[in-house]
Design a protein around this ligand. Structure first.
Ligand code: SF4
Length: 179
C-alpha cells in the first residue's frame, strides 16, 4: 500500500486534534473529489514499518484525541491488510485514542455485505473503527456548513452503537467527548 499524506495535527477530520493518514488508491472517482491525485494506487510513498511507527509516535501525546483514516479509499481490498496491522497496533498501544474512518463505500450495502474482499479482514478492520463517515462525495449535495463531511448524502456512523443496535446509529455530537 502507498500513502499520500500524514498529518500530525489535524482538526478537520473528526473531533479534537487528530493524527490522520491519507492512503493512496480509490476506485470511486467521485466528481469534484478533493483529493483526486490519490485515486492512483501508486501515488505517494510506500507505507513501511517505519511510517507505521511514526504514526504511533504521533499519537502518543495527551492532546491527540485520536486517529483518522482517509484517502483515497481505506476499504479498497488492496489497502485493507496493511491498514489492519496499523489498526491493531493503535488499539493495543494507544487504546484511549478513538479511530475515525472515511470511506466512499456504503456501510450496509458494501462493507457489512462483505463485498470488499476478504471478509475476515474487513470485519476486523471495522471492529477497530469507532466512527465511520460513509458514502461517495456528491458534488450536487456539497455543503460547506457540514461538520466532518463534504456532502449531505454522507453519514457519520457510530460503529460500536450500530453493532449493538443491529441498525445504523448516527454519531451524536453531544457525545463528542467519547469520540
Ligand atoms: S471516495 Fe473520496 S477519495 Fe475517492 S473519489 Fe470519492 S471523494 Fe475522492
Amino acid at each position: 500500500m502507498n500513502y499520500a499524506t500524514i498529518k500530525s495535527y489535524d482538526v478537520a477530520n473528526g473531533p479534537g486534534v487528530r493524527v490522520s493518514l491519507f492512503v493512496s488508491g480509490c476506485t470511486h472517482h467521485c466528481k469534484g473529489c478533493f483529493n483526486a491525485e490519490t485515486w492512483d494506487f501508486n501515488y505517494g510513498q510506500p507505507f513501511t514499518p517505519e511510517v507505521e511507527q511514526q504514526i504511533i509516535d504521533y499519537l502518543k501525546p495527551w492532546y491527540i484525541r485520536g486517529f483518522s483514516l482517509l484517502g483515497g479509499e481505506p476499504f479498497e481490498p488492496a489497502n485493507q491488510a496493511a491498514l489492519l496491522g496499523l489498526m491493531r497496533r493503535i488499539k493495543k498501544e494507544c487504546p484511549e485514542k478513538t479511530v475515525w474512518c472515511y470511506t466512499g463505500y456504503d456501510y450496509e450495502k458494501d462493507i457489512l455485505a462483505g463485498q470488499l474482499g476478504d471478509w475476515d479482514i474487513t470485519r476486523e478492520l471495522l471492529s477497530h473503527i469507532d466512527v465511520l463517515v460513509d458514502g461517495e462525495f456528491h458534488q450536487e449535495e456539497k455543503d460547506l456548513s457540514l461538520r466532518f463531511k463534504g456532502s449531505r448524502n454522507q453519514r457519520i456512523i457510530d460503529v460500536k452503537a450500530s453493532a449493538i443496535a443491529d441498525e445504523v446509529v448516527l454519531w451524536d455530537a453531544n457525545n463528542e467527548a467519547e469520540n
